[in-house]
Ligand binder design. Structure first.
Ligand code: PLP
Length: 374
């Protein structure tokens, strides 16, 4: 008997597509028989995982008990970095979970959210699940158009998402412009500043927490996935007013952060050596890729993150597949709202060199873009 989906399924999910993660190494090996592909598709840390986090994980002797659910020590440690209190911190199963909690706590069906286009795809996906309306405001040269985003706010708007640096373009918004935007935004609208790549930014970039200090209806999201190389442990955190953090805490699942995650992250937060090495490697890799793109005549947006978006003269999916066949996995901009571009994670110098070499042979066949796609 077929399932009665017509009655069962929520109407807004009928045309719903699943989240598309980047291609995994296993998939490349299975489909193309390439044993050790160069994987530059998921913006992970090419240096691996914080050694301090790994050592802390090895020291765990038992996982039999439920953890203390409020993660007091970890939240206190995260708060200390900014001179905030533990009540200003909310922790989650990746910052992805915290995004979902924003919708559970604040967004009803028919409410609106405002986001950039292109930006991180989960904002829209979570809005679709919540049956909320998504207002997309085109970027200018890959950068959030803050004036247009402000103009797109209506009485129905509940949340505005700023992704800084922006995934998939890699660009950042200017500090003063973001402050002015935050000051002008109605104070009954939640401003979510997703700074998953914050640690890779230059010192003069905006810190979302400085905005939180002057605008309480703000949530700043961070993650252990990138800078600490802990993507698979699933840990993200947010800074907010005690009230906003409290509401997010109320709607989350109990024990949403596993003990291994809490133990690993607490250790990683003191791994200054790994953080410094990761930032240095990223800066060197960025320079390597940018000079390679310049040599090949390819336009790339200036990146503030650990990935770069580069324009190609063929369809992005075509370029993605051609690179895949040469053992290099990047992300096609076609599925990311960024046609004509590839999103490439900054890897080790060897990985970047292998990617540039493959790209160079392909560009010789494709030709340079007639006009850089923006
Ligand atoms: C903008 C942005 N936010 C959040 C995440 C995911 O963070 P987490 O692994 O903490 O869920 C990513 C990962 O790619 C991202 O690009």
């Amino acid at each position: 008997m077929p399932l009665a989906f017509d009655r069962l399924l929520r109407p807004n999910l009928k045309k719903f597509k699943p989240y598309q993660p980047g291609t995994s190494v296993d998939e490349v090996t299975r489909r193309y028989g390439i044993e050790r592909p160069v994987k530059l598709s998921q913006n992970e840390n090419p240096l691996g995982t914080s050694p301090r986090a790994l050592a802390a994980l090895r020291s765990i002797e038992s996982l039999s008990d439920y953890v203390e659910d409020d993660h007091a020590a970890l939240r206190t440690r995260l708060a200390r970095a900014y001179g905030l209190g533990r009540d200003n911190v909310v922790v989650g199963h990746g910052s992805n979970e915290l995004l979902a909690l924003v919708f559970s706590a604040f967004v009803d069906p028919g409410d609106a959210i405002v986001i950039a286009k292109p930006t991180f795809s989960l904002f829209r996906k979570d809005a679709d699940v919540a049956a909320a309306r998504t207002i997309e405001v085109p970027c200018r040269d890959g950068v959030h158009d803050l004036a247009a985003m402000l103009a797109a706010v209506t009485p129905e708007t509940k949340v505005v998402f700023i992704c800084d640096p922006n995934n998939p373009t890699g660009t950042r918004v200017e500090r003063d412009a973001l402050f002015a935007f935050a000051d002008a935004l109605r104070d009954d609208v939640l401003l979510v500043i997703d700074q998953a790549y914050r640690e890779f930014m230059d010192a003069d970039a905006a810190d979302g927490v400085d905005i939180l200090r002057r605008r309480p209806a703000t949530l700043v999201l961070r993650t252990a996935s990138k800078i600490y190389g802990l993507a698979s442990i699933r840990f993200g955190y947010g800074y907010a007013s005690p009230e906003i953090a409290g509401f997010l805490n109320r709607v989350r699942l109990p024990f949403n952060v596993a003990r291994p995650a809490a133990v690993a992250v607490l250790a990683a937060l003191d791994d200054d050596e790994f953080v410094a090495r990761s930032i240095a490697s990223n800066n060197a890799g960025k320079a390597q890729l940018m000079s390679g793109f310049a040599r090949l005549g390819l336009h790339a947006y200036p990146s503030a993150a650990n990935f770069v978006s580069v324009a190609v003269s063929v369809a992005a999916d075509t370029a993605y597949l051609a690179l895949l066949e040469r053992g290099v996995v990047v992300r096609s901009g076609d599925g990311l709202g960024m046609p004509g571009r590839l999103r490439v994670t900054i890897g080790t110098s060897q990985e970047n060199a292998a990617f540039l070499e493959a790209l160079e042979t392909l560009v010789a066949v494709w030709g340079e873009p007639v006009e850089a796609a923006r």
